[in-house]
Structures are given as structure tokens and as C-alpha cells.
Write a protein that binds this ligand. Sequence first.
Ligand code: 6PG
Length: 245
Amino acid sequence: MLANIELHIERDPDDLAKRATLVTWQALRATKDNFLIALSGGSTPRRYHQQMAQLDREETPWGKVVVLFSDERAVRPDHPDSNYRMARETLLDVAPIALSKIHRIPAEEPDLDRVALEYEALIKELSKGTGAVDLVVLGLGGDGHTASLFPGHPPPPPGRLVAATPVSPTTPLTPRVTFTYEAIALAKRVLVLVAGGDKANRLEEVLEQRGELPLQKALAGRTGPTTVVADLAAAKTILARRRSE
Ligand code: 6PG
């Protein structure tokens, strides 16, 4: 396993969400100025968002939080497939985060290359030119994708932090806008949430650095810390391998 990856195996998706919330809270408390967090889509972050929304308001410096997204599907922001909509319902409408500090990706617009370029410019501005987001949250698809970096897709153009993608091979079948490998490499910390037995073999491959899955590629490019939080079902192949060694 890569030296800069910390793996937490939790009993179930609820404990996974609690651990992810603790990791986020600690990173938030340790950050002096603004805390740029890029949220992920998918179903696993729902519980994590709900836990975050319950954080003690006295002990949580919500005023520092600036919300970004690590990917978005090409749908309207009120569409059931919108990552922004999911985050709004589970976190953003509940936690005390100013609207001016929530930056969704307007992927419902027709020109996704332009949307990606503008979002990249925003990230550069918010990060004072470094492009380094404080915490990038990612998931793992059953095919090994992360954010909207899919196996078999052409790699994003070099030097870019955000890129438009072709139609995704998994549902929803839309083009998307995504953080690139470079944006993930630059992030000060990455938090990967993995729940469910359908991810078990892929997660083991990623952590053992076998193959060329997008999540593996994304993490291999990093020098900063990465925390992977998996539930028991997602960790079953890793645990079986450890037992057999
Ligand atoms: C998306 C994603 C995607 C997701 C994985 C895992 O917009 O679809 O950000 O990369 O994180 O597909 O999704 P689950 O949490 O639903 O397994």
C-alpha cells in the first residue's frame, strides 16, 4: 500500500460516515483560513453529509468552509441525478454555510468545456493560485472510476484541474465535468469513501497498486495524505488477503 494512505475499516456505512466526519472536522479545525472542500457525488456520501450537518455548531468553524464539487453530471441542479442537489438536501440546506460560499458546477449549461475552464479558474482564485483544495472527497465506482474519471475514457488534457468528459459508461449516462488527476494530486488531503461488497475487489486492486484503475492512478500521483474509509463489505477482499498472508 502507498505510504501516504491511511485506511480505516469501519463496521457499516453509519460508522464509515462517522469516521469520515471526524477526519473532515479535524482537517477543518486545523486549517487557519478558508477550508476548501470538494464534495463527491454518488450514494455513499449521503450519510457522511448528514453526519456533518449534525456537528456541534460551537465546536465547528463553519464560517471557514467553502464548498466545491469534485464532479457533476450534465443535468439541471434540481434534477434527481444532480450531485449538487444531493449535497443541498443532505448538508448544504442544514449546516450554517453561507450561500456565497457554495460553488456548484453549472453542468446543465451546453458548453461543458467552458464550464470546466471557468470552474478551474474559480478554484485557482479561491486557492490563491495554487490549485490546491484543502480536502477532496472521492468515491469508488464498481468499475474503478473516481470523480468522473472513467476507465477507457481519454485522460483529461495535461495541465488542467477540471475537465469535461464524454458520456459516462455508468448511469446516469450523461457527459460530466470532473476534477482531473492533477487536481486530485494537488489536494492537501483526499478522503475516499467506499461502501458495499461490489467495490471489494476494486478497492483491493487500488490499494495494492495492481492494474490501472482511475482511483489508483489518482492516488498514485499524490504526495499529501489520503484517508480511505471503507465499510466491512468493501474491505472484505483486503481482509481476506491479509488473513492469507
Ligand atoms: C458521481 C461520482 C462517482 C461516485 C462513485 C461511487 O458523480 O457519480 O462522484 O465517482 O463517487 O460512483 O458512488 P457510490 O457512492 O454511489 O458507490
